[in-house]
Design a protein around this ligand. Sequence first.
Ligand code: ADP
Ligand code: MG
Length: 340
Amino acid sequence: PSALPRRPIRELPDELVSQIAAGEVVERPASVVRELVDNALDAGATQVAVKLVAGGVRSIVVEDDGAGIEAAELPLALRRHATSKIGSLVDLESVSTMGFRGEALAAIASVADVSLLSRTAGAAHAVRLDARSGELGPAARAVGTSVEVRELFFNTPARRKFLKTDATELAHAVEAVRRHALARPDVGFSVWHEGRLVAQWRAAGLDQRIQDVLGEDFIDGSRSVEHNAGPLALQGRTGLPEMSRARADQQYVFVNGRYVRDRLIAHGIRSAYEDVLHGQRQPAYVLFATIAPELVDVNVHPTKIEVRFRDGRAVHQAVRRAVESALAVSRAGLAAEAAA
Ligand code: ADP
Ligand code: MG
């Protein structure tokens, strides 16, 4: 028999459960930015401002002009498993919003100081809720929501130690906004660091937004990807071999409007470059995949960054062919130009 004393089974306190959940969702300031911007977009925002201090470690504020949260619901927004986005399993299978677990704000509030400031269209004024004290009171603000997150990981010093320099954390946070900016060209985004504007993307069409985010060089050095057959549609741009990079730092894949890191799609794209890219060279691309919600499971990972396709082979093949033909068109075009 074991020498260990038997320990009774106990239910974990809510606070600890949230901190455990936070471990999966909140790795660094950029993860907070991602979740808060998701929420702003779900609320129908047309303008989103992200304001950071010390790379976001000291403070992160995300302001939106979305629908706002009713004063009476503010405390609920911070509760675990409280969400306005799904109400049934049917909803879960056709989810089109960014959030739905109702976990992000609760998780963030368990590892940082959070306050919510929000106003709905019908309200006479805004209301501010301080998560730690529970204090609720009137405040000034136009319709929309501001979420402030201060002193990330103040109560989990081990986690805080894993954070890198402010400059590195800022770069990750800007990258998180860049992904949203590519997914939602119709929304204006700005990122501020200690009062300085560090990135801004004005509302635009998709082509313009891709150019604004990735630069004119990328537009000139890439070809359009189009595929529209069966249950999968693909749209985007893929870089010519000469635009390849040493690092995989310009590879953006979105599935139904959500940035994902999907090995299957990445492999499909890479294999289209098989004959034209050597060794470790990395192609640059922006690819938007649209697929019927019942053919993809977005509920695989807490941060929803991974997805699972019902028919992975078909997706892989479609991606490979679409990118191959985009590149082939360019090769044929160049050959024709050279011959002329
Ligand atoms: P989820 O997004 O999965 O629902 P969250 O914890 O991120 O869970 O948010 C909880 C709820 O708070 C949301 O369902 C939404 O009703 C509300 N909420 C959060 N952020 C905003 C925002 N910026 N604007 C309006 N409502 C918000
Ligand atoms: Mg959310």
